[in-house]
Design a binder for this molecule. Structure first.
Ligand SMILES: Nc1ncnc2c1ncn2[C@@H]1O[C@H](COP(=O)(O)OP(=O)(O)OP(=O)(O)O)[C@@H](O)[C@H]1O
Length: 248
């Protein structure tokens, strides 16, 4: 079963078009959404969640039409798009209080457990949290209402290598029982080598490829240079695909 099926998603801005994006995520898997700066990763996530109005396309989430079941779907997802920085002066406890009212299946015992697991002090203000702690707090909120699908926009950006590895390890643990799925955007390709099952690559607002990770890597082997042996890394694939040629 697919947790998400995006079909023909199109969003037109005056100077940018996200065009006809189609991909799906089977339940229990981690998909990485890659593309260089400005490729359309955030626009894909926002349009998919109806946070910006798509011009075309359909979204199925948990097997149902997202637009027709938006409230119900939102009860079952955790979304982390670009931080909680505008609540800088609020304490964790205050943000949690206003957040939990929204969720029918809020689980206070689970929330307390995740605060402990992630060493989060509810009396701390957001501005006192490190980047990694902010992401973990958002994940704790999502897990405390038993979100089955996490959608995260560049969750590892700004993290040091150790915190990044820690977070990617947590992602793997979260999907281990096959009940949760994760979609996250990144331009740090090594994140995906460690953690993703599937990869979707967007270039200039268009879908270049969406496939299981090994099949994805295999499909770019034509980019190898003569004499090169072994598989290309995701970084090599991206750099070779995006390489600019300057006539100077
Ligand atoms: N609200 C908006 N109005 C007009 N154009 C927008 C808007 N939001 C995004 N864009 C444009 O859409 C394009 C894609 O932006 P988007 O943020 O989706 O890229 P991205 O792949 O997430 O990039 P990054 O890795 O830098 O975060 C950019 O050219 C951006 O200027």
């Amino acid at each position: 079963m697919n947790v998400l099926a995006v079909e023909g998603l199109t969003k037109r801005y005056p100077n940018f078009v996200l065009e006809n994006i189609t991909f799906s995520i089977p339940k229990g898997r981690i998909m990485g959404l890659i593309g260089k700066n400005g490729a359309g990763k955030s626009t894909t996530l926002k349009a998919m969640l109806n946070l910006v109005r798509p011009d075309e396309g359909s979204i199925q989430m948990f097997g149902k039409d997202f637009k027709e079941n938006e409230e119900n779907c939102k009860q079952n997802i955790g979304v982390v798009l670009g931080g909680i920085d505008f609540y800088n002066h609020k304490k964790i406890a205050q943000i949690t209080d206003s957040t939990k009212r929204f969720y029918k299946n809020w689980d206070e015992a689970a929330y307390q457990k995740y605060l402990q697991t992630f060493s989060l002090d509810p009396q701390k203000k957001v501005k006192e949290l490190s980047t990694g702690m902010k992401v973990k707090y958002m994940i704790a909120l999502a897990l405390s209402h038993h979100a089955k699908f996490l959608i995260l926009d560049e969750p590892t950006s700004g993290l040091d290598p150790v915190s990044r590895d820690d977070l990617l390890g947590l992602f793997r643990q979260l999907v281990r029982d096959g009940e949760r799925s994760i979609l996250f955007s990144t331009h740090i390709t090594s994140d995906l080598e460690k953690c993703a099952d599937d990869i979707t690559y967007i270039k200039g607002g268009k879908l270049l490829r969406s496939a299981e990770k090994n099949a994805f890597i295999e499909s770019f082997q034509h980019l190898k240079e003569p004499g090169e042996t072994g598989e290309l890394t995701l970084e090599e694939i991206m750099i070779r695909t995006e390489r600019s040629h300057y006539d100077i």
